[in-house]
Design a protein around this ligand. Sequence first.
Ligand SMILES: [Zn+2]
Ligand SMILES: [Zn+2]
Length: 153
Amino acid sequence: MSLEGGCACAAVRYRLASEPLFVHCCHCLNCQRQTGSAFVINLLIEGDRVELLSGDPQPVDVPRDDGSAQRVYRCPSCQVAVFSEYGTPAARFVRGGTLDEPAAVAPDVHIYTRSKVGWLALPESVPAFEAYYDARVLWPAESLERLDAVMGR
Ligand SMILES: [Zn+2]
Ligand SMILES: [Zn+2]
């Protein structure tokens, strides 16, 4: 699987050097506000596995409801957000809608369903949580090993 994507004006292009660690569909209100949509698709992956083919996404610290900031990287020209990070650049959250083929990935988990819009029905086959979840329980062993490696654990 080769996942590539980019912003709307094509100044920013990226390629994922491997499959994502895990794919979140987040229904929290922060994500809804940031995207202007009902949820966000985030591909979690090691920061150094997001290979920039062109462009230089610029960080914008976006306030979250809990008082923290989420660093969102945007194309300096068209301002489309291509990925973000929470606290550390070691792991990045690539926005699924910026993939050339967004349908190439599907969520491994739905989170913060307590604020999910009522008109959206989730599939029974995918784990869903009112808030967050325990990655140690849900992630494949290989992804946990990769996470530990990149976090220096
Ligand atoms: Zn752009
Ligand atoms: Zn969220």
